[in-house]
Design a protein around this ligand. Structure first.
Ligand code: 5GP
Length: 110
């Protein structure tokens, strides 16, 4: 059974896709927590950061975040977050990062 994000990546579920390359697909979060809130999901169905393989080009997430931040004009800064597991607030078991910007992002998180 494909994950929700795989179904978005395969265009079965509509989403506002803002970036894609051979490793990741990025789209606007359906429930944005900042003026810019973009989910960067790996094309591979790795369940989460805890299952990240030793090998593989997962640096692609960081590259995509930098490129999307430039594309979105986040000159003042931004935050990149990966939620892992229940305590981390993860709700979709498909490795992804959140790119948040367009306002000052508070610290510490809730
Ligand atoms: P997590 O909580 O797993 O770190 O992040 C999952 C994110 O996916 C949440 O921020 C949630 O709003 C977003 N999300 C859930 N369902 C959909 C959907 O159908 N479309 C989009 N664009 N985002 C979704």
């Amino acid at each position: 059974m494909a994950t929700l994000f795989t179904r978005i990546i395969q265009r079965e579920i509509p989403a506002d896709i803002v970036y894609e390359d051979e490793h990741v697909v990025a789209f606007r979060d359906i429930n944005p927590q900042a003026p810019v809130h973009i989910v960067i999901a790996t094309r591979e169905e790795t369940p989460g950061l805890a299952q990240l393989p030793d090998q593989g080009d997962h640096r692609a997430i960081l590259n995509a975040a930098r490129l999307i931040a430039e594309q979105q004009g986040l000159k003042g800064g931004y935050r990149l977050v990966i939620n892992q597991g229940e305590d981390g607030g993860q709700t979709v078991p498909h490795l992804h990062a959140h790119l948040l910007g367009g306002r000052a992002i508070g610290w510490p998180p809730g």
